[in-house]
Write a protein that binds this ligand. Sequence first.
Ligand SMILES: Cc1cc2nc3c(=O)[nH]c(=O)nc-3n(C[C@H](O)[C@H](O)[C@H](O)COP(=O)(O)OP(=O)(O)OC[C@H]3O[C@@H](n4cnc5c(N)ncnc54)[C@H](O)[C@@H]3O)c2cc1C
Length: 298
Amino acid sequence: MEKNYPLHQLTTLKIGGPAEVVYWPQTKEDLATVWQRAQEAGVPVWLIGQGSNLLLPDEGLPGVTLVTTSLRVIEWGDHTVQVEAGYPLARLAQEAGERGFSGLEFARGIPGSVGGAVMMNAGAHGGTIADQIMNVTALWADGTVKKVDKAELKFAYRFCSLRGHAWVLEAELMFSPGDPKEILQDMKKNLTYRTRHQPLEKPSAGSIFKNPPGDSAGRLIEAAGWKGKSVGGAQVSHKHANFIVNTGNARAKDVLALMEEIQRDVQLKFGITLQPEVEYLSSQFEHRTSNFEHRKGG
Ligand SMILES: Cc1cc2nc3c(=O)[nH]c(=O)nc-3n(C[C@H](O)[C@H](O)[C@H](O)COP(=O)(O)OP(=O)(O)OC[C@H]3O[C@@H](n4cnc5c(N)ncnc54)[C@H](O)[C@@H]3O)c2cc1C
């Protein structure tokens, strides 16, 4: 457990003030116990995986910030895997590929955890994690732990119906049989594509906005003339207009201001309201994740 821990160390954007307390649960039971105790004491609780889709506030977070990255128990089956929430998705994809398990080729370059990937329904190159999910074991807001089959869950573009209701403790995924060489070759191709088209050399949170139906956020932002523009230390990447990069000293307020300006301008020029993909956790909302949209709504 760490007190006054700098949150910027927990996100790929490298932004965020001090967390009152950060705790890395070592087991699922440990996580559930801390949640229960914090609930009883009325202390806010926040959950973070690899912090690769997060914008954390400059003023920091009150209460306890739980980081799942130590929850890494994994058990391979016959074209299945049972894996805890903190396991890195890209590593899972690579290991599946080496076994000749096909299905996570899209995920090799996504820097999130399994839990974060389920919650965001992470996807790329035409695949999503929802395609591979069999069931999810989750901690519900009332403190119970329950396994739910995929049929009971609703997944959509960057959405899982557990959002706001439960935290992912582990998931069971299934694969199709494949040739390891071909699977790993596909992954390599996807990684090369990313290196060419995304600013991986700079801190970012991946895509800032969701793609609107039938269009691409990057195309719209670029067409509106935003590539390279900045507010403070937050800059629209020259390489990919839907990435905001931290040029060194960006603050959350810079990113939020840039997002608002882009949203307003794209709405004005193309009549499309871009919806944030990045999650903004704000201390206004206790015991739940909250995002930019909530913040704007007050
Ligand atoms: C360079 C780069 C490239 C990216 N490319 C892609 C891409 O191609 N496709 C894509 O979909 N995403 C992409 N992302 C975004 C990000 O990697 C994914 O959304 C990822 O799934 C987030 O996982 P995380 O562990 O980092 O979650 P975090 O960022 O830590 O958290 C994101 C949200 O999930 C919640 N959460 C985290 N863990 C759990 C859990 N165990 N249970 C419940 N809720 C949880 C958090 O509270 C938060 O609301 C990219 C990011 C970067 C930086």
